[in-house]
Write a protein that binds this ligand. Structure first.
Ligand SMILES: C[S@@+](CC[C@H](N)C(=O)[O-])C[C@H]1O[C@@H](n2cnc3c(N)ncnc32)[C@H](O)[C@@H]1O
Length: 270
């Protein structure tokens, strides 16, 4: 995949309570009772990985991520040094590095950044021990205003071609049926579903553009990769923020941010 602008763990964790929910919904469908090795691909700041360590206290837990900033935060969060943090792009990560068959692979909110993931999943499932679990969650909101407006503002920029190319590379998500067919074909019992969360952001009404605050940490990263100049960035953010405020108006109780996500849990037959 193309190099990504720096991830900002602090910005990303601003909405941690909302971001935690899909991970909880995903992992609640993983039935492993006493796994030996658990891997979290694209572990980010590690808070959710540490939740896996709590759930399975006897397991070896490995968190893999390509961002030095995210891993540094993960190490700070891991005060008991419970997790093995590995710096790697998931495209290059070799499951053999775990040194043992893997019982659970979880990957939450990562694979939309990895256009080759349909080619990677078979290798990950092959690396699972018999009876192992693969669980993934990806956003499926690329036709929502948060993303269409990003592309619209990009299209009006004098850097439109570069911006649109970058933005196209970050929405590599397939229909749920594609994941179902792939995972069934790999010899798994499969549970695939989608959900649209109705996140209510900023109930206290203290943020000017709460949806912008959310997308700054994720969907906007390809834009920041292209626009390095502060003034160019500020102009872009102002135009996009204005459009977002219209699309996601503030209500007396907060700002509703609907967010569709796609989940797949596969249980490899023993
Ligand atoms: C949206 S965050 C998700 C973090 C965590 N899984 C969570 O749910 O909170 C995406 C993470 O994927 C990582 N990432 C993006 N592309 C990657 C790649 N090709 N290989 C490994 N990690 C990657 C980023 O550094 C970031 O930490």
């Amino acid at each position: 995949m193309t190099a990504m602008a720096d991830w900002d763990p602090e910005q990303y964790e601003k909405f941690s309570s909302h971001r935690r929910r899909p991970f909880a919904d995903l992992t609640s469908r993983v039935g492993a009772s006493n796994p030996g090795v658990v891997v979290d691909l694209g572990c980010g700041p590690g808070s959710l990985t540490l939740g896996l360590a709590q759930r399975w206290p006897a397991a070896r837990i490995i968190g893999v991520d390509s961002s030095h900033e995210m891993l540094a935060q993960a190490r700070r969060n891991d005060t008991h040094e419970r997790v093995e943090w590995v710096h790697s792009d998931v495209e290059a990560w070799d499951p053999q590095q775990a040194g043992a068959p893997i019982d659970v692979i979880v990957t939450n909110a990562l694979l939309q950044w990895v256009p080759s993931h349909l080619q990677l999943i078979p290798g990950w499932v092959a690396a699972l021990a018999p009876g192992g679990w693969f669980a993934m969650q990806v956003p499926g909101n690329f036709n929502a205003p948060s993303h269409t407006l990003l592309r619209e503002v990009a299209a009006k920029s004098h850097r439109a071609a570069e911006l649109l190319t970058r933005l196209r590379g970050s929405d590599a998500v397939s229909d749920p049926a594609v994941y179902t067919e792939l995972l069934v074909g790999l010899g798994c019992d499969v549970d695939v579903w989608e959900t649209t969360y109705q996140h209510v952001l900023d109930p206290a009404g203290i943020k000017r553009e709460p949806v912008l605050e959310w997308t700054r940490a994720t969907a906007m990263l390809p834009v920041f990769e292209v626009l390095k100049d502060e003034e160019e960035r500020a102009d872009f953010v102002a135009a996009y923020g204005k459009a977002l405020s219209k699309a996601y108006p503030r209500r007396p109780f907060g700002t509703i941010f609907p967010f569709r996500r796609v989940f797949a849990v596969a249980h490899k037959r023993a």
